[in-house]
Ligand binder design. Structure first.
Ligand SMILES: [Zn+2]
Length: 208
């Protein structure tokens, strides 16, 4: 049986020092870590917070993802894709269902479609010149409305391998927006061809 919140906190404290600081993560010793261990210290463990604070958009009436349901660089009748501006890696895209669902709430039919669509998006991102990999993330702790991240890793920048990439993204200077917009258009066009949908909310749905 999973540890209760108080048991989990007590368990974590067994590894922490008198200031409730855990030892440095093994990840900081990885060759791809953006931080050198010297001088780093871990933030003190905070006690549990119960009940947990609500995420953004728990109520669809207040959900920004629902409000913006018609916005995107690519849309079909049930999903939309947007570009996240101001990032350091070459491209960050976000895929949403247009209706208000979290991952665990998705009906099987939509979940199956989402799997195929995720595959197509990753394929088209990876087909861009000078992009080696599309990382795909669903976290879900900040927003209640399902949103799936696609992070493009630049070719040859092997330090950006793996799960530190979102941190490297935050450290890097902003990638040129005009280039990211052009790459986004390439991905969106490829998606219309390979999957269907359209480039904007005003467009015509292809008669598939
Ligand atoms: Zn929503």
């Amino acid at each position: 049986m999973a540890l209760r919140p108080d048991e989990f906190y007590a368990h974590a404290r067994t590894a922490a020092d008198g200031e409730r600081r855990l030892p440095l993560a093994r990840m900081t010793g990885w060759d791809v870590s953006p931080f050198e261990p010297d001088g780093l210290r871990v933030a003190p463990m905070r006690p549990r917070v119960l009940p947990e604070p609500a995420r953004h958009g728990e109520d669809p009436a207040d959900c920004a993802a629902c409000r913006d349901r018609d916005e995107g660089v690519w849309l079909d009748d049930r999903r939309r894709l947007t570009r996240i501006p101001g990032v350091g890696v070459p491209l960050v895209l976000m895929l949403y269902p247009r209706d208000h669902y979290d991952l665990a709430d998705l009906p099987d039919e939509l979940a199956a479609e989402l799997g195929v669509l995720t595959t197509h998006i990753a394929r088209h991102v990876q087909a861009l010149p000078h992009i080696s990999r599309a990382h795909v993330y669903r976290i879900g702790d900040g927003g209640a409305h399902l949103h799936i991240w696609f992070f493009a890793r630049p070719e040859g920048q092997a330090q950006l391998y793996g799960s530190w990439m979102p941190v490297w993204d935050d450290l890097l200077p902003e990638y040129p927006a005009d280039v990211a917009e052009e790459d986004t258009a390439i991905v969106a066009d490829a998606l219309v061809t390979s999957y269907g949908g359209r480039r904007s909310a005003d467009g015509e749905l292809p008669s598939a």
